[in-house]
Design a protein around this ligand. Structure first.
Ligand code: NDP
Ligand code: ZN
Length: 351
């Protein structure tokens, strides 16, 4: 079986590997649409997961089931399914404790292109199919569905963790596809004033369409100064971080009000320590909550994301700026994600 892989840090290419097989609760899925993620870029070019050799990349997919294990009840070969980026071990203590994404170890619900082969392959293995796959709703376009695996669930989780009160003021730092979905999520959850931070027209326009009340450009001045100026020095109730660098945590603490929440879904790939500014954190007594999380995976989450689309609450397909066709376009799509041209939000490869 062919797959598009990280050969070593900084190098990608095609590999030939053994076709996976399904255990009793598992499924083998052939991808119909996949999308490269910024996390794939961190993995290959920043070595964020360490040196992985010949690891098939990709964790965002919609596909068709080719094979199921003997104990799979709700799916059959031929079913089209949304595959979440995070496929927890639901029979784990962490899952029982409400932390499926950390099942059997911190971040270990993230399996594709991490602990096992990813989805940029002729087929891939899904653990616990009944608990991790969601049927593709009839008529749902593939470009829309593949945005649910990771982008919608992650961005919306950023909003969910931000403790948004009805009418409260929210800032979203970083409006790539994850941040854009955070804007959409914050809007659904009742944000009043919603300030989006980005620099590119294509993302700024979509942020406004998704519910941002205004935007600021971090390249035209400090985020802290611009947000404090807009809010008469008071700051915001919630900050969602979906982009930036390690100093963004500092910025977020500086612009959130006492009692407010900083919710991070960004992936910090460098630095041993993330800085928290002492004074603005009230020397430890500010009641400024700092939270961060890997997105929830699993079937129910995907079904809920799909309902958000079906009932017109989110339109994630609008983030798809580049569509490719065929396996041989995988590399081009991934490189586009690496280079991030100004008109790119998210590429999709249809197979
Ligand atoms: P993008 O690179 O597409 O978007 C990043 C955004 O951050 C852009 O809007 C960019 O602005 C903005 N930005 C860059 N530098 C700064 C800065 N110094 N200050 C403020 N804003 C800045 O990323 P994605 O949306 O694809 O992903 C966002 C993050 O989420 C990544 O780190 C990714 O790895 C992570 N992630 C986390 C997951 C989770 O489960 N927690 C799952 C999936 C992804 P502009 O382009 O306008 O210049
Ligand atoms: Zn991802």
């Amino acid at each position: 079986m062919k797959g598009f892989a990280m050969l070593k840090i900084g190098k990608v290419g095609w590999i030939d590997t053994e076709r996976p097989s399904a255990g009793p609760y598992d499924a083998i899925v052939r991808p119909l649409a996949v999308a490269p993620c910024t996390s794939d870029i961190h993995t290959v070019w920043e070595g964020a997961l360490g040196d992985r050799k010949n690891m098939i990349l990709g964790h965002e997919a919609v596909g068709v089931i080719e094979e199921i294990g003997s104990e799979v009840k709700d799916f059959k070969p031929g079913d089209k399914v949304i595959v979440p980026a995070i496929t927890p071990d639901w029979r784990s203590m962490e899952a029982q404790d409400g932390m499926p994404m950390h099942s059997n170890g911190m971040l270990s619900g993230w399996k594709f292109s991490n602990f096992k082969s990813g989805v940029f392959a002729e087929c891939f293995h899904v653990n616990d199919a009944d608990m991790n796959l969601a049927l593709l709703p009839k008529g749902m376009p593939l470009e829309q569905a593949v945005m649910l695996s990771d982008m919608a669930t992650t961005g919306i989780q950023g909003a969910e963790m931000a403790n948004i009160k009805t009418g409260s003021t929210v800032a979203v730092i970083g409006i790539g596809p994850v941040g854009l979905m955070a804007v959409a999520g914050a809007s659904i959850l009742g944000a009043g004033r919603l300030i989006a931070v980005g620099s590119r027209k294509v993302t700024v326009d979509l942020a406004l369409e998704y519910g941002a009340s205004e935007t600021i450009d971090y390249r035209k001045g400090g985020v802290v100064e611009q947000i404090l100026e807009k809010t008469n020095g008071k700051g915001v109730d919630s900050v969602i971080i979906a982009g930036g660098n390690e100093n963004t945590i500092s910025d977020a603490v500086k612009i959130v009000k006492p009692g407010g929440t900083v919710s991070n879904v960004n992936y910090f790939g460098t630095g041993d320590i993330l800085p928290i500014p002492r004074i603005e954190w009230g020397s430890g007594m500010s009641h400024k909550d700092i939270r961060g999380g890997l997105t929830t995976g699993g079937r129910l989450r995907m079904e809920r994301m799909a309902d958000l689309c079906t009932y017109g609450r989110i339109k994630p397909e609008k983030m798809v700026t580049h569509v490719f066709e065929g396996f041989d376009k995988m590399e081009e799509a991934l490189m586009l994600m690496k280079e991030k041209p100004r008109d790119l939000i998210k590429p999709v490869v249809l197979l």
